[in-house]
Design a protein around this ligand. Structure first.
Ligand code: S3P
Length: 202
């Protein structure tokens, strides 16, 4: 019994050392926020989660926070209050989050469509655009039902068309662009870290 208690205590100490060294490493690497943007299904949430686990960084999942605060799903917010109401919530949340540093902000797919949102992102962060082909996007989103803008249009042509309409704004907002097709999370994160480090040393 006594031995078991010690084992747990030692494991707790190790866990806290690991967590703190991850935090120190991430603050040294990124003394700013990493703002992930990109089309629905581009991998923003997955990569945020990977960064959280690798560097113990706090993740601001914008859609999730909005849904929690409103006590409604994103689809219900769109249906009950309309898209503009949701967009205003996004802008306000983004402004609120600029008081933080060394966090990962995982934006909704439409967040960079408002220029004022992009201004907010850039105040304190580097903007990383994740891209994927429409076919890849369709494959990633086909089984989920929380994206009202594509819920009844889950087809390659519809996704390709909306993506094309948004492309210029995405690319203008981005400090770096990472293609995600055919890459796993580790490859994407390695590329992301390398590119951010290059940008910081320029
Ligand atoms: C949207 C993307 C969604 C969510 C909302 C609107 C968009 O977020 O914010 O449904 O306009 O592209 P994800 O990109 O996380 O799916």
């Amino acid at each position: 019994m006594e031995e078991k208690r010690h084992k747990t205590e030692v494991a707790d100490v190790f866990e806290s050392i690991t967590l703190n060294s991850k935090r120190i490493q991430s603050r040294k690497l990124f003394n700013y926020n990493i703002v992930l943007i990109g089309f629905m299904g581009a991998g923003k949430s997955t990569i945020s989660e990977f960064l959280k686990n690798s560097f113990a960084m706090e993740v601001i999942e914008m859609d999730q926070i909005i849904a929690e605060r409103e006590g409604m799903t994103i689809s219900d917010i769109f249906e009950v209050y309309g898209e503009q109401y949701f967009r205003n919530l996004e802008t306000n949340l983004l402004i609120e989050m600029q008081s933080k540093t060394n966090v990962v902000i995982s934006c909704g797919g439409g967040t960079p469509m408002r220029e004022c949102n992009v201004v907010e992102m850039k105040k304190n962060g580097r903007v990383v655009l994740l891209t994927a082909k429409p076919e890849t996007i369709l494959d990633r989103v086909k089984d989920s039902h929380d994206r009202p803008l594509i819920e009844n249009n889950k087809t390659v042509p519809f996704i390709a068309d909306l993506m094309e309409k948004r492309r210029e704004k995405y690319e203008t907002a981005a400090d770096i662009i990472i293609e995600t097709d055919g890459k796993d999370e580790l490859q994407i994160c390695e590329e992301l870290i390398l590119r951010l480090r290059q940008m910081d040393s320029e």
